[in-house]
Design a binder for this molecule. Structure first.
Ligand code: SF4
Ligand code: SF4
Length: 467
């Protein structure tokens, strides 16, 4: 069920991948034909050579006992994935305030938004730290991943420092590994901030650049319209030697063509070889806005028309999450991925995408007030909060938690070969676009085109099986 293949015509070979085992092989057309024969209903006697090759294919998961057995194994895999306690992941929104007035975001530094946007207090941060310790003890996790996000998380440094220090102490006491990362617009990123957090386990910072200098300045200005590109790049330059920096970007039809120029610019910088990853995603727009031609109509509002409650729209929700799972996009995504790879930057391959953290019980998102959410994309839907770090769970929160417990949109995906790496798509997209988080949002063609690139890029380094 999970075998996918790409003919490599120039080499007269076939790239085979099993999305469940992640095995990748280059085989002769005879081997691909043998797979077809094995999969067909018509029983036939296999030659000795066939049996030997079939055994090798079975070792890598390309041949299995039966479809029923494969489905059982898939169900067991999703259960294990959900209940996995080896790692605890927590995303903390330190504030919903933001110092940018992004063109595509109706939150941020527009009007009096910041005056009312929530900010985590030090007292709540202390409770979050206690809650994290309880979860570490409850799960017995061997690793802890803490992500700071917002709004703009650097607008609340005291809370970040407090939580990083407390997480570090908790992990030291328990002999647990700690990975801290920050998703920021980069404007307030300084060597001091990085130096302060490095000893506590800061491992990565993700920064957004929305196209080349002019385009970025148009898309991500300050309230007064001033550009932010130069300052962000200067900030990256000052910290790139200290910590891994990933560059993200949000494109739409009006900005996508400026990305090659941004990539050229990045290539020329002395920190180019320090960039851990460069990956771009489409902008999410409110459902009322006209969709740019050629982009999947991602929405930033719930079915009821309510906006995301202040979570940074450059990163939250369908198609543009802080998780790297949400790269479900169209041919523009393939174009940008190829342009990025051409210049030697590491990027996402578009096939190894999921399942995302919403399918993990022990991955949590905490809002500035201490409310708990299943993933960062749902933070704008208070009615889908699954609890609170301090308060007893209310009946409606228990009901929401139940919905996430049984989340399995992939069960409606039939025999799709991408189920292990897609799981039915982004549940936030399903909720916002279809009004039901348990209905798949399918971007299969994106997987297909990403698979072709993956096959072409990996073919030369893969093990070959010929008959
Ligand atoms: S959403 Fe589409 S690509 Fe993803 S598993 Fe379902 S059918 Fe496959
Ligand atoms: S549902 Fe999954 S892919 Fe979508 S925003 Fe949440 S974590 Fe990301």
């Amino acid at each position: 069920m999970f075998n996918v293949r790409v003919p490599l015509s120039a080499r007269n070979e076939v790239f085979l991948m099993n999305t469940f085992t992640d095995a990748q092989l280059v085989v002769s057309p005879d081997v691909a034909a043998l797979l077809d024969r094995l999969g067909s209903e018509a029983g036939e006697r296999l030659s000795e050579a066939d049996v030997e090759v079939a055994g090798e294919l079975a070792e890598h998961g390309f041949v299995v006992e039966s479809r029923e057995r494969e489905r059982e194994v898939l169900n067991a895999y999703f259960s294990r994935f959900r209940e996995d306690t080896s790692e605890l992941r927590v995303t903390v929104l330190t504030t919903l305030q933001c110092n940018f007035a992004c063109d595509y975001c109706f939150q941020g530094d527009h009007g009096d938004y910041n005056k009312f946007a929530a900010k985590m207090s030090l007292e709540t941060a202390g409770r979050v730290a206690e809650w994290i310790e309880e979860r570490l003890d409850e799960t017995g996790a061997k690793g802890f991943v803490l992500t700071f996000f917002g709004g703009e998380p650097l607008l609340n440094l005291p809370v970040m420092y407090e939580l990083a220090e407390r997480a570090f102490e908790a992990c030291e006491e328990r002999g647990i590994s700690l990975r801290i990362s920050i998703i920021t617009n980069g404007l307030l990123l300084t060597p001091d901030v990085v130096d302060r957090l490095l000893p506590f386990g800061l491992k990565g910072i993700k920064i957004t650049l929305d196209g080349d200098r002019d385009t970025h300045n148009r898309m991500r200005p300050l309230r007064g319209g001033q550009g932010t590109f130069d300052r962000i790049v200067e900030n990256v330059r000052r910290v790139a030697n200290k910590v891994a920096i990933s560059i993200g970007g949000n494109f739409d039809a009006s900005s996508v063509d400026s990305y090659p120029a941004l990539l050229d610019f990045l290539m020329e910088q002395e920190f180019a070889d320090k960039l851990a990853k460069v990956a771009f995603k489409p902008i999410i727009r409110s459902s009322g806005a006209a969709q740019p031609k050629g982009l999947i109509p991602l929405t930033a509002v719930s079915a009821g028309g309510k906006p995301l409650g202040g979570t940074c729209m450059t990163s939250a929700g369908a198609g543009s999450s802080i998780c790297d799972t949400c790269n479900f996009v169209d041919e523009k995504m393939s174009f940008l991925r190829e342009e990025t790879q051409k210049r030697g930057f590491k990027t996402v391959d578009g096939v190894h995408m999921g399942p995302c953290e919403i399918h993990k019980r022990h991955a949590y998102t905490i809002g500035p007030d201490g409310a708990l959410y299943a993933c960062p994309g749902f933070t704008g839907e208070p009615k889908l909060s699954v609890g609170h770090i301090q308060k007893p769970q209310e009946a409606w929160q228990a009901a929401a938690e139940k919905k996430f417990d049984v989340l399995a949109a992939w069960k409606q995906c039939g025999d799709c070969a991408y189920i292990p790496v897609c799981a039915g798509g982004c549940s936030v997209a399903s909720q916002t676009e279809l009004g039901d988080m348990n209905t798949p949002t399918c971007h299969k063609s994106s997987f297909d085109s990403a698979l072709i690139s993956l096959a072409q890029n990996s073919a030369s380094s893969l093990m070959e099986i010929t008959q």
